[in-house]
Structure formats: structure tokens, C-alpha cells
Design a binder for this molecule. Structure first.
Ligand code: AMP
Length: 425
């Protein structure tokens, strides 16, 4: 294998220490909080039949048209790596039948989009998402946004903004498309090439085009709500009222549409100040999706974890604080001592003591060097003499002091060290 073959695929990353500590913190904080809101975890497969995504995300969306990793399996079936989490979760929930009513689930896992890799945009990235069936109203949408803000606070992520808008109902869609087409027609020729195409295929997407000229044109036309029914406008007002009650400031953003076709009513996106061009850390909204002939309605969101962690790192490059048990290093002088230490190590770990030992034969000096390198707090040294006497040399690595102890005293001392660092209940 050449060294080039040892790199992960472009746009995909190996994630390990020290960055992995951020991932662990973010995920465990989230698991705790999500349980307070009544969410259960679900792990769906990363590969689904392509139709699961085509039908639910909309076959004119960028994700489906340009970004999915799609392939034929050996049985000639078209499969895709999931580009997002909602469609697979809805497939799962629809399969539960009536049991799915009112379910609240969350997922954490990798998503795949074959986009041009750049800062903040990867081909394999990770999302933490939630989906709530049940109440289909403004209160449920506000509760979701409140949960997201709670998560941000729990993680200690400041400087983020919640932008919200509405997509109205499927019944509004025609009137909105017609209204936008009328408003944009006089300047149609000035739109970028992509938007000229979108004008006919998916005119809403003209609204969130990143092209500066398109942005100026869109700023000059009425907001989408102007083309919607009164009921849809009222729904949005309700969401805003509930968020006010919850003390959650949001920005109205009439250009926000979100990329997928399944959204209805409230849509939102959370951005973070420190991220540059790809500054969206989460997206969410209410959706309706057809699964096996049935329409399922839910509300949910997904955080992009790479971006959440990049934002957290801005304020704290040293990483999250961790409390780990002090390390004990077992030093073996001779084959018999190594054999005995292998057994001792297991007994210590079973009592919650973090310990390691060198399983290659090494001199006392090299084993002590390894203990120092690993940051061991104590070393247990055993050679033929100690084995004969049934004793252990226990060495304090910070001040170099050492003493001879028997097995009960050794266990007592090392296990007590673990209990002392256990967090208060
Ligand atoms: P979306 O549903 O596409 O808005 O995705 C939800 C969140 O996932 C976004 O706000 C980003 O934080 C994250 N995300 C989406 N695509 C990518 C990507 N290619 N690389 C990294 N993060 C992404």
C-alpha cells in the first residue's frame, strides 16, 4: 500500500484524540438532555433503498440529484448511503404502524453527501437529529427550537442565531410558486444559471441562492408569506409567540427555505458567528412525508456535529475537561512476574482501577519510562523477590517514594484512589 492509500477518502476524516473528547462530551450531554425531553435513541442502517430518499426528499432537490452516493448491489437493487437522517427514521417509524403514534426519537451517526469538499463541508459528516411525531401544531415546533437552544447552552456554545421562516402548507405551494414567478419574471434574465433552471424546476430555491446578484433580486420581492393563506401566516405567528414566552430570541429570515421538499410550515436554521461561509450548525422544520402510501407528519432538526465541535473549539482549543481515574502501571521483572501481573491487571480493572502493563519483555528502566510517558500516578513493581515474599512495591510516581505492601493493602490503596475521584451523586 502506498502512503497515499493510507489516507481516508477525500472529504472524510479519521477522528481521534484529542478531538474525540469533544465528540464524547457533545454526545453524552445530548443523550442526557434528550432523555429529559422523552426521546429514545434509534440506529437505522446507513444504507437504504434509493427510493426511500427520492420519494421523501424530493427528486428535484440538490441532495437527490447531485449528492447521493448511489450504487447497484449484487441483486441489481439501487441503494444509497444516507445523505440525511429523517427519511430512514420515517421508514422505520412507518413500519411500526399504529405503535409509532407520538414517538420521539433521536439518532447520532454519519451521513454521506458527494459534495465538493471545502472548509466545513465534508463527504462524510455526522448529524445528531431528532424527530417527533404526535402534536402537529405550533407548540410542538416551538418546543423543538427550545430543545435545540437548551442543547447549545448545555454544550456551552454561545454566539449562535436561530433563523426562522415558513414554507406554508402543500396547498399554499402553488400560490407561492405562482407569486414568486410573477415577482421574479421581470428580472429572470439577471438570475444566475442555476436559478434560471430553478425558476422552472423548484422556484423556492431561488430564494436561498448564495449568488450576490440573485440575493439582491430576492431582497426586492415580497416575502413568501405574502403569497400564503392567512392560516399559514397565523401558524408562524403562533410559533413566534410561543418562542417569546419561552424567552428564545429568533430572527425572521424570509429567504430561508431549506433544501428539501418535505417541509411544511416552520423551517429554521441555526448559524454560528465563528464559522465563515459554511456557518449553519443545524437545520430543522416540520415535514410531511409519504411512506408506503401513508402521509407521516413530524417535526425535527439535525445538528452538524463537525460544525458544532469546530464552533466549540474556537472558544476552547485545549478541549473539554475530563475526569479519568489515575493510571496505575504494572512493572514486571521476569516472565513469572509478567504472568502474575497479567492476572493482577485484570483484577484491578474489574474493580474500576485504570491500569496498564508492558507485555513485551523490557528492562526496569524502559518500563518506568513507559509509565512516566503515560502519566501514571503509581507503579506496582514485581520481581522474583517480591513474588517469593508475596509482596508488591508500590511507587508514587510524583514524589518517587515507595513502600512494600501485601495484596489486601495494595488493593485497598488502589481501589480507594478510584472511589475518591468518582463524581458526587
Ligand atoms: P441540512 O439538513 O442539509 O441543513 O443539514 C443539517 C446540518 O448538517 C447543517 O446545518 C450542517 O451543520 C450539517 N451539514 C450538512 N451538510 C454538511 C456537510 N457536507 N459537511 C458538514 N456538515 C454538513
Amino acid at each position: 500500500m502506498s502512503s497515499q492509500n493510507l489516507q481516508p477518502i477525500q472529504g472524510m476524516s479519521d477522528i481521534t484524540t484529542p478531538e474525540i473528547f469533544w465528540w464524547q462530551k457533545v454526545e453524552s450531554d445530548a443523550r442526557h438532555l434528550l432523555s429529559l425531553y422523552g426521546f429514545e435513541e434509534v440506529r437505522t442502517p446507513v444504507v437504504e433503498y434509493t427510493a426511500v430518499f427520492e420519494r421523501s426528499l424530493g427528486d428535484t432537490t440538490d441532495v437527490v440529484q447531485k449528492e447521493m452516493y448511489t450504487f447497484m448491489d449484487r441483486g441489481g437493487r439501487s441503494l444509497s448511503l444516507r445523505p440525511e437522517g429523517t427519511a430512514g427514521v420515517m421508514r422505520f417509524l412507518a413500519g411500526l404502524g399504529p405503535e409509532a403514534a407520538g414517538k420521539r426519537v433521536y439518532y447520532i451517526g454519519p451521513m454521506f453527501r458527494c459534495e465538493r469538499p471545502q472548509a466545513g463541508r465534508k463527504r462524510q459528516f455526522h448529524q445528531l437529529g431528532v424527530e417527533a411525531l404526535g402534536a402537529a401544531n405550533a407548540g410542538a415546533d416551538a418546543e423543538m427550537i427550545a430543545l435545540q437552544v437548551h442543547l447549545l447552552n448545555q454544550w456551552g456554545l454561545e454566539n449562535s442565531t436561530v433563523n426562522i421562516n415558513t414554507r406554508g402548507t402543500p396547498e399554499d405551494r402553488q400560490a407561492v410558486s405562482r407569486g414568486l414567478a410573477e415577482a421574479l419574471t421581470p428580472q429572470r434574465d439577471q438570475l444566475c444559471e442555476d436559478c434560471k433552471r430553478r425558476f422552472d424546476t423548484n422556484i423556492l430555491r431561488v430564494l436561498d441562492c448564495k449568488n450576490e446578484a440573485c440575493g439582491k433580486i430576492v431582497d426586492g420581492i415580497p416575502p413568501v408569506t405574502a403569497f400564503m393563506s392567512e392560516a399559514s401566516r397565523q401558524y408562524l405567528e403562533q410559533v413566534r409567540r410561543f418562542l417569546k414566552l419561552l424567552n428564545i430570541p429568533v430572527c425572521m429570515n424570509p429567504r430561508l427555505v431549506r433544501g428539501l421538499d418535505y417541509y411544511v410550515h416552520t423551517v429554521w436554521e441555526i448559524t454560528h458567528g465563528a464559522l465563515g461561509a459554511q456557518n449553519a450548525i443545524a437545520g430543522g422544520g416540520r415535514y410531511q412525508m409519504e411512506m408506503d402510501g401513508r402521509v407521516i407528519e413530524g417535526v425535527g432538526f439535525a445538528f452538524g456535529l463537525e460544525r458544532v465541535i469546530a464552533s466549540l473549539q474556537q472558544g476552547k482549543p485545549s478541549g473539554p475537561e475530563r475526569s479519568v481515574a489515575p493510571l496505575v502501571w504494572l512493572v514486571s521483572l521476569g516472565d513469572k512476574a509478567m504472568e502474575e501481573n497479567l492476572v493482577l491487571a485484570q483484577a484491578l480493572r474489574q474493580r474500576g482501577v485504570r491500569c496498564e502493563l508492558e507485555l513485551n519483555k523490557g528492562s526496569m528502566k524502559s518500563q518506568m519510562r513507559a509509565a512516566n510517558r503515560a502519566g501514571a500516578a503509581q507503579a506496582v513493581i514485581r520481581g522474583d523477590q517480591e513474588l517469593e515474599k508475596g509482596l508488591f512495591v508500590l511507587k508514587n510516581m510524583s514524589d518517587g517514594s515507595q513502600k512494600e505492601v501485601d495484596l489486601p493493602a495494595l488493593m485497598n490503596e488502589l481501589v480507594r484512589g478510584v472511589v475518591a475521584i468518582e463524581p458526587a451523586k
